[in-house]
Design a protein around this ligand. Structure first.
Ligand code: SAH
Length: 237
């Protein structure tokens, strides 16, 4: 039964893949995006209307390299160059939902990558501060986000372990790369009552996606699921 399911899944992916390549106009991408939200996001239990609205709106295909556009709305992560990846759509939606964001919030993201996650956040909150350590990725993301018109996303080239002290405290902190431990600096830069979502664990190993809320100056944490992210490189001291 399981085997038939996977065979069917791959068959459908193959079909939808070639179909998207041959008809690359906006409407086709919009339809793929709508289908992605229905089957990968809503069906798996994401309910926050702001998150669903953002996932329906942001053109994910414009954040992936051209040769991967046909798979932009598929149910898996994709390479974005420099050995990095854009997360699977469901993970993006899940990590956004658990931050319980409000329109006036200011969020810090570590790991800009393609800029897709930053765009999803920027559809919901007032300001997004996103740090990327690989200059080429930061510059490309900046270009994409300027072209799409996101003046409320601020990108810094630098080491996320340091956070963005001048703009702290943040209402939410999200890391899309995995440190071995939760960096204390990032907890310090979260406001009291604010939430953090961060994958934690060694490179190449299964990591834990941690969701935390800051209470009494400390992060109270829960483990949400097992995940695999690229490592948070840089200086963890
Ligand atoms: N959020 C991204 C996915 C990013 S993949 C998106 O939506 O596309 C993780 C990113 O974290 C990579 O681009 C990697 O270069 C970056 N990264 C790794 N270590 C970092 C660090 N110490 N500070 C900032 N960015 C880092």
């Amino acid at each position: 039964m399981k085997r038939i399911f996977w065979q069917l899944t791959f068959f459908c992916l193959a079909i939808s893949g070639s179909w998207t390549v041959s008809a690359r106009d906006k409407d086709d991408y919009a339809r793929s995006r709508e289908a992605m939200v229905a089957s990968q996001i809503v069906d798996r239990g994401i309910t926050d209307p702001d998150v669903l609205r953002a996932m329906r709106k942001v053109p994910r295909h414009l954040f992936v390299p051209e040769n991967y556009r046909a798979s932009a709305y598929a149910d898996y992560p994709l390479p974005i160059g420099e050995g990095q990846t854009i997360s699977q759509p469901y993970i993006v939606a899940f990590m956004t939902e658990v931050l319980r964001l409000k329109p006036g919030d200011r969020v810090l993201e570590i790991g800009t990558g393609s800029g897709y996650q930053a765009a999803i956040l920027a559809e919901i909150v007032k300001d997004v501060y996103s740090i990327e350590i690989v200059e080429a990725l930061a510059k490309r993301a900046e270009r994409t986000l300027i072209d799409l018109g996101y003046p409320n996303i601020h990108i810094r080239i630098g080491d996320g372990y340091k956070g963005w002290p001048e703009k702290a405290p943040f209402d939410g902190v999200m890391a899309t790369c995995a440190p071995e431990q939760i960096p204390e600096t990032l907890v310090d830069q979260l406001r009291e009552g604010g939430r953090m979502v961060i994958p934690v664990g060694r490179e190449g190993a299964i990591q834990r996606l941690i969701v935390g809320i800051k209470r009494g100056g400390r992060l109270k944490t829960e483990e949400a699921m097992l995940v695999r992210f690229v490592p948070m490189v840089g200086d963890d001291r």
